[in-house]
Design a protein around this ligand. Structure first.
Ligand code: ADP
Ligand code: ADP
Length: 226
């Protein structure tokens, strides 16, 4: 089974704009995969559909073999998503934001707390656990988004432009964190418009533009062509 399998995915928005024109993607378990493309290519739309925040027009999406149309709860259990925008409650405390999320996945309270502690520590936010999210710096908010996405320990972590607007130091530490998660077995997919980021981290890269996949290849083969 693939961590993520997308077949013939199309999206036409309400205004008639065709953002995805039938894309196919297969991401193996354990992979570190980049969806690389310029702004407006359809990356966020793709992730929005996978995380079922956006309705697709046609096509199939499976997360660890679970079809999001027929088996959404199981698909969601396998998936952690880090969108670009900070969509947590800014007035809630850091610890509570992460534990509450664990509750949505049905984790028992004790496990939810332990998992929250683990990821806040790993992401350098443990000292901020009682701080309301609005008091955090931008970089801390981004790390909070990652901790929240991981709290139910999904097999697949998807990040939308994880280091956009992040300073070089935090970018390096986020890269190191993601590499370590991947080493421990988590499949990771990120979107980026930086070739440099895809090159630094990923084993396989799909290039998307104007709603179509132009290429889907190993990093090594891609770099040979440039
Ligand atoms: P759907 O087809 O999924 O229902 P809609 O076309 O109704 O999507 O749009 C969903 C939301 O996205 C609306 O609030 C709309 O204002 C906003 N939106 C519209 N056009 C754009 C755009 N080009 N980029 C980003 N958001 C947009
Ligand atoms: P990317 O993440 O690669 O920058 P997006 O998936 O956000 O691309 O957007 C793909 C295209 O779809 C863009 O042209 C964008 O303007 C358009 N788009 C995104 N959301 C909406 C929406 N809700 N309604 C209409 N068009 C949209």
């Amino acid at each position: 089974t693939y961590a993520l399998e997308i077949e013939g995915l199309t999206k036409t928005y309400g205004d008639g704009f065709e953002a995805l024109k039938g894309i196919d993607l297969r991401v193996e378990q354990g992979d570190f995969f980049a969806l690389l493309g310029p702004n407006g290519a359809g990356k966020s739309t793709t992730l929005g559909i996978v995380s079922s925040l956006v309705n697709k027009s046609a096509g199939k999406v499976k997360v660890f073999g679970h079809d999001i149309d027929t088996d959404l709860a199981a698909a969601k259990l396998g998936l952690g998503v880090v969108p670009q925008e900070f969509n947590f409650n800014q007035f809630e405390k850091v610890f509570d934001i992460v534990t509450t999320q664990a509750g949505y996945y049905g984790l028992p309270l004790r496990r939810a707390r332990l998992s929250t502690e683990r990821y806040l520590k790993e992401l350098g936010l443990w000292d901020k656990r009682d701080t309301p999210a609005r008091m955090l710096s931008g970089g801390m908010k981004r790390r909070l988004m990652i901790a929240r996405a991981l709290v139910h320990e999904p097999g697949l972590l998807i990040l939308d432009e994880p280091t956009a607007g992040v300073d070089i130091e935090l970018r390096r530490s986020m890269w190191a964190f993601l590499e370590e998660m991947n080493r421990q077995g988590t499949t990771i997919i990120l979107t980026t418009h930086y070739l440099e980021e895809a090159e630094a981290l990923c084993r396989n890269i799909a290039i998307i533009d104007h709603g179509s996949i132009l290429q889907n290849t190993s990093k090594r083969d891609l770099l040979k062509q440039l």
